[in-house]
Unconditional design. Structure first.
Length: 486
């Protein structure tokens, strides 16, 4: 059991993961584009300011001698001049970049300034952005201030429109991309849903992981059915596929092993009568020609072993046809009381060493009467084999909760508790020595269980050693008899 401290990874849909990743990639593209545009706008603003100030400084020989009219004209163009007594302050152009700046202003010190106010936010303060350049002229320092309000307002409008478009497109992409991905991955979803039906009745994978999945499937064969697919991912769709495939492989592996065990057990069971027949044939070859007692003993033994082999082969063929679904049911409406009564009389005629009792209530079912009779006969034969002479065997038919109950009960040797869950396994016998005495093959109860399950029923077993065994078949019953319907 895993520790409670272990963090459990939240499983989400592969569609959601792809949608989120594509959306974040789109946001990343927007961010890169915006940074590029902002840097480009800043450089363009700097270039614009430099050109405008260069035009002013080249047209003014002495700013001190400018008339008031000239100062008003410059102010109307967003430019103002002021004397500066200190040494020019601000950013100085490095030597490597001087070639791209106007010659008339390259020696100056420059800076951007904003309105110094805490009452307004950065968005509104940008309207007061100005570019200041201070330079020495004829031994004195003066400054030129260029108001950038019109250009800044134009750039603000541009970026507002751009960000609005990006927001709308990003929101639309988040909503529509998921639908597109879902439609594109619909075959995988269908595969997942169909794979999920293969189970008992009841970040996205990378190309390398998908190849690993395909490689795992290709490497699985009948000799390696214990191989399982392990994918360390958190997405539902392909995890369902891999889990369903693993579940299917579990059932195939169990079926394959059961088949191999069945073939091995069948071979073992057939080997015994064949060896006995071969032994008695050799005895006949050596002594039977002249020894009448050996001749008769060999003939009886060969007939007996041949009969056992015939019964075993018929049982094997029955199970094989059942496993291959080649045994259609010939269903009809049957009164179980009449069917069990017939079997009860036949058994009394065959076996007089036990006491038989019947407790029969009329119950109508829709079944294959010959198969149901065969299943009941298997229970009765087992009861006879494992009940001492003089013991009591009860055959009963009853109805409970809309179900028909066919019960065979004895007071025989019973079944060990650890063996009860396995008595319906093929070739399983709780007591091998006892089975050799009775001639059992270990297939009878398997056949009986198959017949009942084929009719949509189930089997109930209650047993206690040295007390007895009660085995009941429970199958669906018909509410009314055919006569009452008429």
């Amino acid at each position: 059991m895993k520790s409670k401290n272990v963090t459990v990874k939240r499983r989400i849909s592969i569609v959601s993961v792809l949608n989120i990743r594509i959306w974040f990639r789109l946001i990343g593209i927007f961010l890169v584009l915006n940074v590029f545009l902002i840097v480009t706008a800043a450089l363009s603003l700097l270039s614009y300011a430099e050109v405008r100030i260069a035009e002013v400084t080249e047209s003014i020989r002495d700013p001190i001698q400018l008339s008031q009219e000239s100062m008003d004209m410059l102010a109307g163009a967003g430019i103002s001049l002021y004397p500066h007594l200190k040494y020019p302050s601000g950013f100085k152009v490095p030597a490597l970049l001087r070639i791209v700046f106007p010659e008339s202003t390259v020696d100056g010190a420059r800076r951007f300034t904003l309105l110094k106010s805490e009452d307004v936010g950065l968005y509104r303060r940008l309207d007061s952005l100005s570019y200041q350049l201070e330079r020495s002229f004829n031994g004195s320092t003066y400054g030129v201030v260029l108001a950038l309000r019109p250009v800044v307002q134009m750039l603000k409008a541009f970026f507002i429109v751009l960000f609005s478009i990006q927001f709308v497109y990003g929101l639309r992409s988040l909503l529509t991309t998921k639908w597109i991905i879902s439609k594109t991955l619909h075959p995988i979803v269908e595969l997942a849903e169909k794979a999920q039906t293969l189970t008992t009745k009841q970040g996205p994978y990378s190309p390398e992981e998908m190849k690993a999945l395909a490689g795992k499937l290709e490497s699985i064969d009948a000799a390696r059915l214990d191989t399982r697919i392990e994918i360390d991912g958190a997405q539902d769709e392909l995890k369902i596929v891999s889990a369903a495939i693993n579940s299917m492989l579990d059932r195939i592996n169990d079926s394959y092993r059961a088949q191999a065990r069945f073939v091995s057990d069948a071979s073992h069971e057939l080997r015994t009568p064949i060896a006995a027949i071969q032994g008695y044939a050799n005895l006949l070859d050596r002594w039977g020609k002249n020894d009448k007692q050996a001749l008769q003993e060999s003939i009886d033994a060969i007939k007996d072993e041949a009969g056992n082999m015939k019964d075993l082969i018929e049982q094997l063929l029955f199970l094989a046809r059942g496993d291959n679904h080649r045994m259609p049911l010939q269903e009809e409406c049957v009164n179980l009381a009449d069917l069990v009564q017939t079997l009860f009389r036949e058994t009394q005629m065959i076996d007089s060493s036990h006491q038989f009792e019947s407790r029969l209530a009329p119950v109508y079912v829709y079944v294959d009467s010959s198969l149901i009779k065969q299943a009941l006969r298997i229970l009765v034969d087992n009861a006879i084999k494992y009940t001492p002479v003089g013991g009591e065997i009860i055959l009963a038919v009853s109805k409970k909760n809309g179900k028909a109950w066919l019960t065979v009960q004895d007071n025989g040797i019973g079944i060990p508790p650890e063996a009860v869950p396995r008595i319906f396994d093929r070739f399983y016998r709780a007591d091998e020595s006892r089975a050799r005495e009775t001639g059992g093959t270990g297939l009878g109860l398997s056949i009986a269980k198959w017949i009942i399950q084929r009719h949509g029923g189930l089997v109930e077993v209650v047993s206690r050693e040295d007390v007895g065994t009660r085995i009941s078949f429970v199958i669906p019953a018909i509410e009314d008899s055919p006569a009452s319907r008429n």
